[in-house]
Design a protein around this ligand. Structure first.
Ligand SMILES: NC(=O)c1ccc[n+]([C@@H]2O[C@H](COP(=O)([O-])OP(=O)(O)OC[C@H]3O[C@@H](n4cnc5c(N)ncnc54)[C@H](OP(=O)(O)O)[C@@H]3O)[C@@H](O)[C@H]2O)c1
Length: 282
């Protein structure tokens, strides 16, 4: 999101991690009738922050491809609307909550277990921080801590919570930004949080390469998109020249259904598996 002006076995990772200890039969949430009825061979993706923006676009794209979905978001009304729309296409479980809340993350893990595990975890929910973007020397530190809680701690917390639900060949996608690797003035809070997410992803990939070589870890930059977050980054500006998030879903499908190795990707440069004649069997 550049400034406009310039233009292993995860269950064995550590004993200190969050686990979902809820009874297997107790799933909290607002769900369709079939949400726990995943059949053998079906694929299930957990997408955080799927009520609007990129998360909702990804949910729609995966639903159209037959993936079962587990989705969340803090706004229960928006989440219900998303769930109702997606339920016309696939099995979808929706639970309102904040990814920074450990209890919510445990509830997501319970849903994952109810689906007989996860083929994909997409850590999409993210926080921009204050708008207009403050310079670092003026950055309110409480607000910075909130950004880090959402963009760094929570994605790892989600993975710790669901680690025992990762099916063979599961994909982990942590959504990052070019602000993680470029020094854009004003983007120090958000950008440094995404940089931390990227390093966390890289180390996780290295750890899982030994413990769970079947699992791939991707840190994926979607590029600029016309979303609420992007508008907040450029308050009062016309962002209609930015592509809609739907333009980026093919690249995420390539990561989820293709055979790319773990690593950092700019999804705009990736094509869906069928476009290049390859891909992982469903
Ligand atoms: N837009 C861009 O140009 C751009 C560029 C590069 C990277 N990204 C990254 O792409 C991802 C999606 O961005 P976006 O532009 O689609 O953002 P967005 O329009 O602000 O949507 C964010 C989504 O995440 C949910 N969410 C936010 N905080 C949450 C929390 N604490 N717990 C649970 N859900 C939460 C929101 O719903 P609620 O508010 O109801 O919780 C919403 O569904 C983010 O990780 C962002 O950093 C975006």
């Amino acid at each position: 999101m550049p400034p406009r002006a310039r233009r292993g076995d995860p269950s064995r990772v550590t004993q200190q991690t969050e686990r979902a200890d809820y009874p297997r039969t107790h799933a909290e949430g607002d769900m369709t009738a079939n949400e726990t009825g995943a059949q053998a061979g079906e694929r299930t993706a957990l997408i955080t922050g799927a009520t609007r923006g990129l998360g909702l676009a990804l949910a729609r794209a995966l639903a159209a491809r037959g993936w079962n979905l587990i989705i969340d978001g803090r706004d229960a009304n928006r989440l219900r609307a998303a769930r109702n729309e997606l339920a016309a296409a696939t099995h979808v479980a929706a639970i309102a909550g904040d990814v920074t809340d450990p209890a919510h993350r445990r509830a997501l893990a319970v849903l994952a277990r109810g689906h007989s595990g996860l083929d994909a975890v997409i850590n999409n929910a993210g926080a921009l921080g204050p708008s207009p973007l403050p310079r670092l020397l003026d950055y309110p530190l409480d607000a910075l801590a909130d950004v880090y809680r959402t963009n760094v701690i929570a994605p790892l917390g989600v993975l710790q919570a669901v680690q025992e639900e990762l099916k063979p060949g599961a994909r982990i996608v942590n959504v990052t930004s070019d602000a993680a690797v470029n020094a854009y003035p004003g983007w120090g809070g958000y950008g440094s949080s995404k940089a931390a997410l990227e390093q966390l992803s890289a180390v996780l990939a290295a750890e899982l390469a030994a413990a769970r070589p079947d699992v791939r870890v991707y840190w994926a930059d979607p590029g600029d998109m016309r979303t609420d977050m992007h508008q907040a980054a450029f308050p009062g500006e016309d962002i209609s020249d930015r592509p809609l998030p739907e333009a980026r879903t093919a690249g995420f499908v390539a990561l989820l259904e293709g055979g790319l190795p773990s690593g950092r990707y700019e999804v705009a440069a990736l094509a869906a598996p069928e476009a290049v004649g390859g891909g992982r069997a469903p």
